[in-house]
Design a protein around this ligand. Structure first.
Ligand code: NAD
Length: 485
């Protein structure tokens, strides 16, 4: 069985109090790794190592050299792409067609921020003074310091590097807390950091759980200067409370209950293809995924029938089968949560268009966290299934009659992460995009990302924006220098 250790000050180390936990495969619920759990003392060592790195040569490294080092990290990740894919697939059970682009995004995250950090200008003002000689004001960026990075399990490498990339590009040192469900790629990245020559202490990994464990030890540690988090809204709230002590900045990327709006003039084929991806890819475990689909009434019946036919073609299976498109959920615990919503939908009177249960799986796969891709119609907008984030391969499809009505219904949620609008009417596309309360609105597409753009959520979906220069806003502090002439 794999032995996964913490990575502190450039070295792999077991938990100092000997605690460890099993990581189970989502395919069959069998243990595949033993993971060292970091104690409070281990977290303290990691934070101390990060602080020492900040005060050492890392601080002095010119930005061009730092960017060069991150390009080496990206190069090494690309060289070891197959290892990252294997690790991600083992932890999550996701099909390889899903893991491949996700792992490629890991290297892309380092490349992007290596470029961004070199090219962002800073502000400069010539300021008049009463004596007529004037003053020059300019701003310099300084790293915020030690950044605590708390990560989820649904796209482990992609989401971790989305934060570690810009944090290191800006000259910070990080202590990463991967999800207890997905420890492998953070450990592999540690090997990459050493191979690329990143100074010890710049990147540290502490494994464990959330409350009363590593996550809490990290986010309450007084020497952590800023915290960046991706995960559930309730966890984000707890982290924000922890960060309030010492008034430390947080960046929170949290849950969603995202809508797709399909107008009758939409390209049906494209809207179906986009909705299939947004509802079912990664077994529906995508924060930007669509769980509410509003279809204009003249297209409703046809849309539902076409979506059903497409969903029933999705192959549910293990990553060893190249035809698999739907893997298991992350864990048996998450399976229980998703199935509770499948039951609630039926109790609330939904029409189950397809799915709704657990597929029959052969051999030891029967012990895995499988669920069927599921589509419902017929529920009211305010039912639990239509308002709470399920995070499984499922969506509810509603008919609508008017543009103003659908905007109001799409916005009637506490979340505000993303939306997709499908129409051939350009003016309407812009109108609706402007009115939807979400951090990103896609028109005639889904998950088309440019890493230079602002990414984040409104309402309960997040605080702050990351991506391109917006990441620099979080991972640096601007210092104003005023020079009297
Ligand atoms: P989670 O909130 O359960 O866990 C995320 C991380 O927080 C884990 O590492 C966990 O151990 C840690 N944690 C839990 N409690 C903690 C505490 N009290 N203090 C410190 N750390 C704590 O989320 P998850 O189940 O891993 O991920 C799924 C969620 O993430 C979904 O809600 C999804 O929408 C969201 N998500 C959001 C985005 C985004 O960009 N907005 C992206 C991916 C996932």
């Amino acid at each position: 069985m794999l032995d996964i250790r913490n990575f502190i000050d450039g070295q792999f180390v077991p938990g100092s109090d000997g605690k460890a936990f099993d990581k189970r495969s989502p395919l069959n619920d069998k243990a595949i790794a033993r993971v060292s759990e970091a104690s409070r003392a281990d977290v303290d060592r990691a934070v101390t190592a990060a602080r020492a790195a900040l005060e050492g040569p890392w601080r002095k490294l010119p930005v061009g050299d730092r960017a060069g080092l991150l390009l080496k990290v990206a190069g090494e990740m690309t060289r070891r792409h197959a290892d990252f894919v294997d690790a991600e697939v083992a932890d999550t059970g996701m099909p390889r067609v899903v893991a491949n682009p996700m792992c490629a995004r890991g290297a892309a995250n380092f490349k992007t921020f290596a470029e961004v950090v070199k090219t962002v200008p800073t502000e400069f003002f010539e300021t008049p003074t009463p004596d007529g000689r004037g003053a020059l004001n300019y701003a310099i960026r300084r790293p915020v310091g030690v950044v605590g990075v708390v990560c989820p399990w649904n796209a482990p490498l992609l989401l971790m590097t989305w934060k570690v990339g810009p944090a290191l590009a800006c000259g910070n040192a990080v202590v990463v807390k991967p999800s207890e469900e997905t420890p492998q790629t953070a450990a592999l990245l540690a090997e990459v950091m050493n191979a690329a020559g990143v100074p010890k202490g710049v990147y540290n990994v502490v494994n464990g759980f959330g409350p009363n464990s590593t996550g809490e030890f990290l986010t309450t540690h007084p020497k952590v200067d800023a915290i960046t988090f991706t995960g559930e809204t309730r966890t984000g709230e707890a982290i924000m409370k922890a960060a309030a002590v010492g008034a430390r900045p947080v960046s929170l990327e949290m849950g969603g209950k995202n809508a797709a709006i399909v107008f009758a003039d939409a390209d049906l084929e494209a809207a179906i293809e986009g909705t299939m991806r947004s509802a079912f890819s990664n077994t529906g475990q995508v924060c930007l995924g669509t769980e509410r689909v509003y279809v204009e009434r003249p297209l409703f019946e046809k849309f539902v029938a076409t979506l059903k036919a497409a969903a029933e073609k999705l192959r549910v299976g293990p990553p060893s089968d190249p035809a698999s498109r739907i893997g298991p959920l992350i864990s048996r615990e998450h399976q229980r949560k998703v199935l509770s919503y499948y039951a609630k939908a039926v109790e609330a009177g939904a029409t189950v268009v397809t799915g709704g249960g657990v597929p029959e799986m052969p051999g030891d796969l029967a012990g895995g966290a499988w669920v069927q891709p599921t589509i419902w119609t017929g529920l009211p907008d305010d039912s639990a299934v239509c308002t709470e984030e399920i995070f499984g391969p499922c969506c509810h499809v509603f008919p609508f009659d008017a543009e103003a009505e659908v905007i109001e219904r799409a916005n009637a949620t506490d979340y505000g992460l993303s939306a997709a609008v499908w129409t051939r009417d350009l003016a309407r596309a812009h109108r609706v995009a402007a009115e939807i309360e979400a951090g990103i609105v896609w028109v005639n597409s889904w998950f088309l990302r440019d890493l230079r753009t602002a990414f984040g959520g409104s309402k309960h979906s997040g605080i702050g924006r990351e991506g391109g220069v917006h990441s620099l806003e979080f991972y640096t502090e601007l210092k104003n220098v005023c020079v009297k002439l």
